[in-house]
Unconditional design. Structure first.
Length: 144
């Protein structure tokens, strides 16, 4: 038996094992290669609700604030007005973030001051957000 015959016999013997190993290990190797390969940057994903929804919520809250300051009973006014003002501030900050309008990020459980919220609403209007023309007057303690 020559060396060539031994090589053929070895190839015939090892071939089924090599094919089986290729079938089993190729998907694993391919998956590892894909994970290691640098990916393209992902498409930008929204970080919050659509700007249309933010604008509609902000307009609704500003109208509600105006109605409350004009007609609510004094005992109920303070609590509801505070809640509406907090919601206006939160939505205004979200809208500013969505439109890349510069703003101060309030800390947790903190509200924007009257001057900050007024400036933020003006900047949002200048950035193209349509807000109601008559915005309710500010309260005496500095909130919207």
């Amino acid at each position: 038996m020559s060396l060539l015959d031994v090589g053929k016999l070895a190839l015939i013997t090892v071939t089924p094992t090599l094919i089986g190993a290729a079938v089993v290990y190729t998907p694993r190797c391919w998956a590892a290669l894909v994970r290691a390969w640098p990916h393209r940057p992902a498409e930008p994903q929204p970080t919050g609700p659509p700007i249309e929804q933010l604008a509609a919520d902000l307009r609704r809250l500003l109208r509600l604030h105006d109605e409350l300051t004009r007609s609510a009973h004094i005992a109920m006014l303070a609590h509801r007005l505070w809640a509406v003002e907090a919601a206006i501030g939160g939505r205004a900050v979200e809208a500013a973030r969505a439109l890349d309008v510069p703003h101060r990020q309030p800390a947790q459980l903190e509200m924007l001051t009257r001057a900050e919220l007024s400036r933020l609403l003006e900047r949002l209007a200048l950035a193209g957000l349509i807000l109601p023309t008559p915005v309710a007057p500010f309260t005496e303690d500095g909130r919207l």
